[in-house]
Design a protein around this ligand. Structure first.
Ligand SMILES: Cc1cc2nc3c(=O)[nH]c(=O)nc-3n(C[C@H](O)[C@H](O)[C@H](O)COP(=O)(O)O)c2cc1C
Length: 214
């Protein structure tokens, strides 16, 4: 039996977003929207969809968690030997998308990538729970494996190895900082007359702000 999807339709609405009422800095505007996402009961408000493109032009997407942000960019943590990082080493251009549908919003950021310092990764790694630290040692992220058993065995091995609770930062694990070149703030509105405010980085370091048609 087919499940009908053509009649699934949400009404969007939110405060009107306009060039006159957004912050001239897309980073400050992020702070405003992120705060609202944090206070709106959204599950994982710091989850963002990261898209990369491989050498053949084939895109791929996955969710990662925002763990720090400031005017330098947006940081997440991952395995440096994973598919995404291999792709980013060849082509550092990427997109992240925050799907804040509960607020009738999405935020799309294009940019490039740089590794965060070892010290920054280390500090964050220290703050992780024991199990997450072990997880970084257990999984060769994105590699093909034959079964779940392999992971469970490796986990047991790592639990023994680091039974004193001191888990070092693996060389192949750390943070990546997304350096934005554009931001699109999308606010859903009734009758599909959505607001789209687009910031693009100019050569002189300033941000141009334009409205896009929905
Ligand atoms: C809610 C959620 C949060 C996630 N957060 C991260 C993260 O912060 N870092 C990470 O490497 N993978 C995270 N993952 C797993 C990734 O989506 C992905 O499976 C993994 O990074 C391997 O991607 P790749 O093979 O394309 O490199 C998360 C998945 C979900 C569903």
């Amino acid at each position: 039996m087919n499940i009908k999807v053509d009649n699934l339709r949400s009404e969007y609405k939110g405060e009107f977003l306009d060039i006159s009422n957004v912050d001239p800095s897309p980073f400050k505007q992020f702070k405003v929207w992120f705060k609202e996402a944090l206070h709106s009961d959204i599950y994982d408000p710091n989850a963002m969809i990261l898209s990369t493109v491989d050498q053949n032009g084939m895109p791929s997407s996955r969710t990662v968690l925002l763990k720090a942000y400031d005017e330098r960019g947006f940081v997440f943590y991952t395995n440096y030997e994973s598919k995404k990082v291999k792709e980013l080493e060849k082509n550092p251009r990427l997109v992240i998308l925050f799907p804040w549908f509960k607020l009738s919003r999405q935020l799309i950021i294009q940019g490039t990538i740089e590794r965060v310092s070892k010290m920054e990764s280390f500090k964050y790694f220290l703050s992780r729970p024991f199990g997450s630290k072990l997880g970084a040692w257990v999984s060769h992220q994105s590699a093909v494996i034959s079964s779940r058993k392999i992971l469970e065995m490796k986990l047991e091995e790592m639990k023994k190895k680091f039974r004193d609770g001191k888990v070092p930062l693996p060389d192949y694990w750390g943070g990546l900082r997304i350096i934005p070149s554009s931001f699109e703030y999308w606010q859903g509105q009734p009758e599909r007359l959505h607001d789209r405010i687009y910031y693009s980085l100019q050569h002189d370091g300033s941000w141009k702000i334009e409205r896009l048609a929905p």
